[in-house]
Design a protein around this ligand. Structure first.
Ligand code: GDP
Ligand code: IMO
Ligand code: MG
Length: 429
């Protein structure tokens, strides 16, 4: 049975966790293919709020295997903390697996992240400071340390001897040497490796065996297309590939093994950190979206920047990822607005342009062209089917569907896992 990929269609925090949890009810496996603890995926159940950073959002479903794939950068301390906290809440983690090929975030990675952001000063990216960028730089620079290395003391020492002197140079003047002692690091990370060892597997084989056995596999990407290192608002991006193609790579599956790509979009737009955001609102409406949408980062608690739905960036993401279905979350956040804008075009220096430009400073000058739609000014949070939605809410969704060119099959009307409307492909909104 082919796999389903879930990706973010905007700048992150679209509700991928909630959509993954909803679909995982009928899945055998959820694989997290990319990112690190920079991600925060929320699932709200009658047991309370769960914020997942590395553990796949399918873990609340008994019988669903959860795999942290080779493309993830894993901070062992944070992973073990996350596991302990979930265990304390009674979550069964006996079906959690970790790829032996995943790269490891060591203490010098967050230190380098902080130093790099400080050095960039006014041009800082606004990273989550979790060491994500430096860890992926080491990975592609072929000096990363991988989970398998934590299980072999001699190999780990060798790797550390090679990379730590370089980190010392890079961090001179920024940090003391506490994070840069080879013997201390080796001792600490071998101990962490021992704790992680029961989870460690050749994850790509586990995933391939599941697919070969006809099991339902979901790949839950972190971040989002507009944060992709190639296609996002470079350099204001993350350091991995949060596209459907990147999800294949990180999970260890081929494009021919996928038949469904679900892109999750908020009914408006948010982003955290720096970088262009053409539809950003700096007014009361923007603050209203932040308040009603509780737009504060799941990982860092930072206020998220807010703005109108951007169908230009949205359809760019839909095309790049070969999206087959769209989930629109947080429709309820728009319930009070008398009218709602959608960005349907970009203008640059007075001329229409079709897609996000490559250069961030140019993208920063783009002017959005808006279409104004009537609001519905009614509570959608109690809707249990698409038929319960006010006509203007359906019209709004239909317009998003038209602009993205992909059917909307799921609609979020509140944070709770129950507050999701399913719509068969082809049915009227
Ligand atoms: P992710 O990173 O894509 O998984 O998204 P986050 O969990 O970081 O952010 C999404 C936030 O919106 C979380 O606080 C969710 O609980 C919340 N959320 C998800 N879907 C809905 C929805 O349909 N309505 C409302 N009001 N909140 C939602
Ligand atoms: P989820 O999976 C929103 C953003 C950071 C920053 C940029 C680079 O929860 O949607 P990094 O720490 O990755 O080097 O930061 O990327 N960012 C996210 N924004 N949601 C995320 O993940 C993000 N992960 C990274 O805010 O702008
Ligand atoms: Mg998030």
């Amino acid at each position: 049975m082919p796999a389903t990929i879930i990706i973010g269609g905007q700048w992150g925090d679209e509700g991928k966790g909630k959509i993954t949890d909803a679909l995982a009810e009928r899945a055998h496996m959820v694989v997290r293919p990319n990112g690190s603890t920079n991600a925060g995926h929320t699932v709200v159940t009658d047991q309370g709020v769960f914020k997942f950073h590395l553990v796949p959002s399918g873990v609340l479903h008994p019988g669903c295997d959860c795999v942290i794939g080779a493309g993830v950068a894993v901070d062992p301390v944070q992973l073990l903390n996350e596991i302990d906290a979930l265990r304390e809440r009674g979550v069964d983690l006996s079906r959690l697996f970790l790829s032996d090929r995943a790269n490891v975030i060591l203490p010098y990675h967050p230190a380098l992240d902080r130093a790099e952001e400080e050095r960039r000063a006014t041009h800082s990216i606004g990273t989550t400071l979790r060491g994500n960028g430096p860890a992926y730089s080491d990975k592609v620079g072929r000096k990363g340390i991988r989970v398998a290395d934590l299980l072999d003391e001699a190999a780990l020492r060798d790797r550390l001897e090679l990379v730590v002197p370089e980190k010392r140079l890079l961090l001179a003047g920024f940090e003391d040497d506490a994070t840069l002692d080879v013997a201390a690091l080796a001792e600490q990370y071998i101990a962490l490796g021992e704790r992680l060892a029961p989870l460690v597997v050749q994850a790509e084989i586990l995933v391939q065996d599941a697919l070969a056995a006809g099991k339902r596999v979901i790949v839950e990407s972190a971040q989002a297309t507009m944060l992709d290192v190639d296609y996002g608002t470079y350099p204001y991006v993350t350091s991995s590939m949060p596209t459907a193609a990147g999800a294949c790579q990180g999970a260890g599956i081929g494009p021919t093994q996928v038949d469904t790509v679900i892109a999750v979009y908020k009914a408006y737009t948010t982003r955290v950190g720096g970088g262009p955001f053409p539809t950003e609102l700096h007014d009361e409406t923007g603050q209203m979206l932040r308040d009603r949408g509780n737009e504060y980062g799941t990982t860092t608690g930072r206020p998220r920047r807010t703005g109108w739905f951007d169908a230009v960036a949205g359809s760019y993401a839909a095309r790049l990822n070969g999206v087959t279905e769209v989930a629109v979350t947080k429709l309820d956040v728009l319930d009070t607005l008398p009218e709602i804008r959608i960005c349907v075009g970009y203008r640059l220096d007075g001329k229409a342009i079709e897609a996000p430009p490559a250069v961030a400073s140019v993208y920063g000058r783009v002017e959005p062209v808006y279409e104004v739609l009537p609001g519905w000014q009614a509570d959608t949070s109690c809707a249990t089917s698409v038929d319960d939605l006010p006509p203007n809410a359906r019209r709004y969704l239909e317009r998003i569907e038209e602009l993205l060119g992909v059917p909307v099959t799921m609609i979020g009307v509140g944070p709770d896992r129950q507050q999701i409307l399913h719509r068969p492909t082809g049915a009227a909104v």
